[in-house]
Design a protein around this ligand. Structure first.
Ligand code: KIV
Length: 273
């Protein structure tokens, strides 16, 4: 098996960061799009709890259950298995309140992996999640942390707003990121923060930093697939409707991957200062 065909793993992502190669990530919730993304060569597929909004039609991600995450993760895992080509890493969100204690987090993550086929789990939050991240990684479970705009805290944040604009908040986010890395997190997703702050965090951290609305100076980019395919009612400013420019899903997904790898996405119109 050549290294090109070897499935993407945490070590692949770490090596890409060291080599300065950008990581591509898209959300998927079903087998068909997961197959198309896999064949287009994406490195990471995220079964995001954004499915609560874009698949189920809720106003927030909060109603999504662990059983629903497992169901969609299984669908995506089947699509990946059917696809020809290198297998992306399957990252799955721990839904709201499924990791509020160490015991609960271990139980939820085990179900995502055993029943859903997850290869890495994602959780939102900073220093408060250190004990959970330590416990998961001690059991050999890869973890992706998520800072900045954390949609599971939308009511506490007072809406979907750019985070980390004030100096104190920016410094706190940097400290949180370092604590999560120290606790064993393998990847960090930064959502909706000023581009300059994301660039600082990428520089300060050894683990790959994947941005969404966090500027071009990240180790990779992730977008929600319905935004890429022009299916969202109110697409966020940081997204780009690739389908409008490139037409069919295969071409739109391939163009997103190509633009991220070439450092052409995001551009100023999709960034915050
Ligand atoms: O749920 C999701 O799709 C996410 C991305 C926005 C990163 O967490």
């Amino acid at each position: 098996m050549t290294s090109l065909q070897r499935p993407v793993s945490v070590t692949t992502l770490a090596a890409m960061k060291r080599r300065g190669e950008r990581i591509t990530c898209l959300t998927a919730y079903d087998a068909s799009l997961a197959r198309v993304m896999t064949e287009a060569g994406v490195e990471v597929i995220l079964v995001g709890d954004s499915l609560g909004m874009v698949v189920q039609g809720h106003e927030t991600t909060l109603p999504v259950t662990l059983d629903e995450m497992i169901y969609h993760s299984r669908c995506v895992a089947r699509g990946v298995a059917q696809a020809v080509g290198r297998k992306p890493l399957l990252l799955v969100d721990l839904p709201f309140m499924s990791y509020a204690s160490v015991e609960h987090a271990l139980h939820s993550a085990a179900r995502l992996m055993k029943e859903g086929g997850a290869q890495m789990v994602k959780l939102e939050g900073g220093a408060a999640q250190v004990a959970v991240v330590q416990a998961l990684t001690a059991q050999g479970i890869p973890v992706c942390a998520h800072l900045g705009l954390t949609p599971q805290s939308v009511h506490k944040l007072g809406g979907y707003k750019v985070q980390g604009r004030e100096t104190e908040a920016a410094e706190a986010m940097l400290r949180d990121a370092q604590a999560l890395q120290q606790a064993g997190a393998d990847v960090l997703i930064l959502e909706c923060i000023p581009s300059g702050l994301a660039a600082r965090m990428r520089e300060a951290l050894e683990i790959p930093v994947i941005g969404i609305g966090a500027g071009v100076d990240c180790d990779g980019q992730v977008l929600v697939i319905t935004d890429v395919l022009g299916l969202s009612a109110q697409p966020p400013r940081f997204a780009l409707d690739y389908a409008q420019i490139y037409g069919a899903p295969r071409q739109a997904i391939a163009a997103f991957i190509d633009d991220v790898r070439g450092g052409r996405f995001p551009q100023a119109a999709q960034c915050f200062s």
